[in-house]
Design a protein around this ligand. Structure first.
Ligand code: SF4
Ligand code: SF4
Length: 218
């Protein structure tokens, strides 16, 4: 059992009366303020609602800023970004589909975007639809395939972005500098493929597996 002085020191059984009285006064003041100023709630949808700065709304792809690297797909915690590589198409294409009906607007895709320009959260919040299949945000990018095995090396614009970022260091990897040279239409460097892997196969756009194999064998 605590004595009354200790109860006072610990605040036990002494503040109940105040707690009961002051919040009621505060609520009364709040009610009077609301009567004078009007309601705090917005009149949406009767009046357009302007979201606050840095409001996290629907994520949107920006075709010119996106290079098709898939980083947004890798980090999305909700798994609402799907990637489809059409390697048999001409030219081969990568498609990223963001299903914003299962998005939780966390902003991880925007934070991880390597260009910081490819995907951004807009301030759009009124996203109601009749068919959830329409809740898709997409972007398409051309793919580069391995010149030996035909598997995906990456998106064309991603390789160019990497080469540009590396500057002269891009010349340490034929895949990087050939991707950059292809952008300059200097395709005269393309060498014919022979049956067996030879040293000339090093000067090709290759996937990491073929690059490793050629380095070891030739
Ligand atoms: S905001 Fe979050 S949940 Fe939505 S697409 Fe981007 S990473 Fe995924
Ligand atoms: S550039 Fe940005 S938006 Fe485009 S695929 Fe990469 S991470 Fe996603």
């Amino acid at each position: 059992m605590l004595c009354s002085s200790k109860k006072r020191a610990y605040g036990i059984g002494t503040t109940n009366e105040k707690d009961m009285r002051y919040p009621k006064l505060r609520e009364l003041a709040e009610a009077i303020r609301a009567l004078i100023k009007g309601p705090y709630t917005s009149r949406f949808p009767f009046r357009p609602h302007v979201p606050e700065k840095r409001f996290r709304g629907k994520p949107e792809y920006h075709k010119d800023g996106c290079v098709g690297c898939k980083a947004c797909y890798e980090v999305c915690p909700a798994g609402c970004i799907k990637v489809e590589d059409a390697v048999d198409a001409s030219p081969p294409m990568r498609r990223l589909d963001l299903h914003y009906d299962s998005c939780m607007f966390c902003g991880q895709c925007q934070a991880a975007c390597i260009t910081q320009e490819g995907i951004k959260l807009s301030d759009k919040f009124d996203l109601a639809l009749f068919d959830r299949k329409d809740a898709v945000e997409s972007v398409e990018k051309e793919l580069v395939l391995c010149e030996v095995c035909g598997c995906v090396v990456g998106a064309k614009e991603h390789l160019e972005w990497v080469a540009k970022k590396l500057g002269p260091l891009a010349y340490s990897s034929p895949t990087s500098y050939l991707a950059a040279l292809k952008n300059l239409k200097l395709e005269c460097l393309k060498l014919e493929r022979t049956k067996e892997l030879t040293r000339q196969d090093r000067i090709k756009v290759l996937c990491p597996k073929c690059r490793r194999e050629i380095t070891l064998e030739t």
